[in-house]
Design a protein around this ligand. Structure first.
Ligand code: FAD
Length: 412
């Protein structure tokens, strides 16, 4: 499939806008909220709610012949160049929104997402909670249950979700919501897993606390406990039917619909990684230049210094990750199946950003390891891109399955 990697004028304009936002709104408070881990970055959240969200990331819709999804990735790259943790703290539907968009009906999309577009009000968040103590990579092992109470026409949820990004905001600020993955039938394995929208403040959904983390510290990563938490029947996304076979033919968007969320979210996480990697590379190049070291990009292999060689490799890693990301994004915009490309981009970008940021700290010398510079923070922020939205290993596994055409029951 031919894909143009030349950004359209509107993508360039969007990139410039978000680069300004990153420089002016995010960088100045980046260190502050890395150190004040559990404080709400009020100035950023309020600015975004009042000003930032009014500029849509893209005017394009899925399936448009435009670079709509590429614009979403460009936005993520620029804002994560500013600060990845503050990006994750933006009051948006985030992954919860992707889940509603992927598996919900038009009515559900309107019901759960319109609050994010409404004028005024207070900042709200969306989140998606899959992970449990015994279910991470293997989502089919989910223990949280959902039982239908026919008498009240409500689903009753019970279980504990851990490591939920934006889980504090999404469970507490009225108008927000958490998409909870739960099983309606444990014996059915993955076919029994469905996703449920639990609005913020629903009795029975308790915020147990937030993690203290290595990186992306300004992002709230919550533990949520569900105890007889009731939501209306209509809050289940997709069909309640448990079909072990032919989900595609029957149009059951349950587990498959929920998994489809990743086709949209992995390119965005890959773009986040590219943003953090670029922050580290740009800064390293600026510092070297300030110290009178000019990189000879054009130098032949035998003429390059060791540092130049490192920088060329960093640059190549970054470009490769971005191109894979844009390919996966573009395919999504065109409505084409992109699971393979989304996992490729996510795996490549996660690995690249960890390498690039570590190299940056190395090349910057001792100050790079000090909190005087942001390089050490970027190195800490980088690693998460190799963990959430499918770990490095899991994305590589998906790529292998798709290329070799092995089912998950065979290659696991
Ligand atoms: C900061 C942060 C934010 C997060 N946000 C969210 C969120 O918003 N929502 C959410 O639901 N979850 C979230 N997570 C959880 C994250 O998605 C999981 O940590 C991740 O999916 C891995 O699951 P696990 O931790 O249970 O690891 P495990 O699945 O136990 O894996 C442990 C290790 O084994 C490897 N491994 C596992 N299976 C295989 C295999 N078949 N082949 C090869 N290697 C394998 C993994 O790659 C990993 O290296 C977040 C995690 C963190 C740290």
């Amino acid at each position: 499939m031919a894909i143009s990697f030349e950004p359209t004028p509107s993508t360039v304009e969007s990139r410039d806008y978000y680069n300004r936002v990153a420089r002016e709104q995010m960088r100045p408070i980046s260190r502050k909220y890395d150190e004040q881990e559990h404080d709400l970055p009020r100035e950023w959240v309020d600015w975004y709610w009042e000003t930032g969200r009014k500029r849509p990331a893209s005017t394009a819709k899925l399936g448009d012949e435009t670079d709509g999804m590429i614009q979403v990735c460009v936005q993520a790259e620029e804002l994560c160049w500013g600060d990845a943790a503050l990006y994750l703290r933006m009051p948006t539907p985030a992954l919860g929104g992707s889940a509603v968009a992927a598996a919900g009906t038009p009515e559900q999309r309107k019901r759960f997402l319109s609050g994010f577009r409404a004028e005024g009000g207070h900042p709200i968040w969306g989140a998606m909670a899959i992970t449990e103590a015994a279910a991470g990579s293997d989502a089919a092992a989910i223990q949280t249950t959902a039982e239908l109470d026919e008498s009240s026409d409500e689903w009753v949820l019970n279980g504990t979700k851990i490591f939920c990004t934006a889980g504090e905001g999404a469970s507490q600020a009225e108008g927000g919501f958490v998409v909870i993955w739960a099983t309606v039938d444990r014996s059915a394995g993955r076919a029994g897993i469905k996703s449920f929208v639990v609005p913020a403040g629903t009795p029975g959904m308790k915020l147990e606390g937030c993690e203290k983390k290595l990186g992306i510290r300004a992002s709230d990563t919550a533990t949520l406990v569900l105890e007889d938490c009731r939501v209306p029947r209509g809050n289940l996304l997709g069909s309640a039917e448990v079909k072990k076979r032919d989900a595609k033919k029957t149009g059951d968007k349950g587990f498959k619909g929920a998994m489809a969320t990743f086709d949209a979210s992995r390119p965005i996480v890959a773009a986040m990684a590219v943003g953090v990697g670029r922050a580290a590379l740009d800064f390293t190049l600026e510092e070297l230049e300030r110290n009178g070291i000019r990189v000879r990009w054009e130098a032949g292999l035998h003429e390059q210094s060791a540092v130049e060689r490192d920088l060329l490799e960093m640059q190549a890693e970054l470009q490769a990750a971005r191109l894979l990301t844009w390919r996966a994004a573009r395919m999504l915009s065109l409505g084409k199946a992109n699971s393979l490309e989304a996992s490729m981009a996510k795996a490549k970008a996660g690995l690249s950003v960890t390498r690039i940021t570590q190299k940056a700290v190395e090349l910057l010398g001792p100050p790079g390891y000090s909190t005087r510079m942001l390089a050490e923070k970027w190195m800490r922020d980088a690693k998460i891109n190799d963990i959430f939205e499918g770990t490095q290993q899991i994305n590589q596994l998906i790529v292998a399955r798709r290329i070799l055409d092995y089912p998950s029951s065979v290659l696991r």
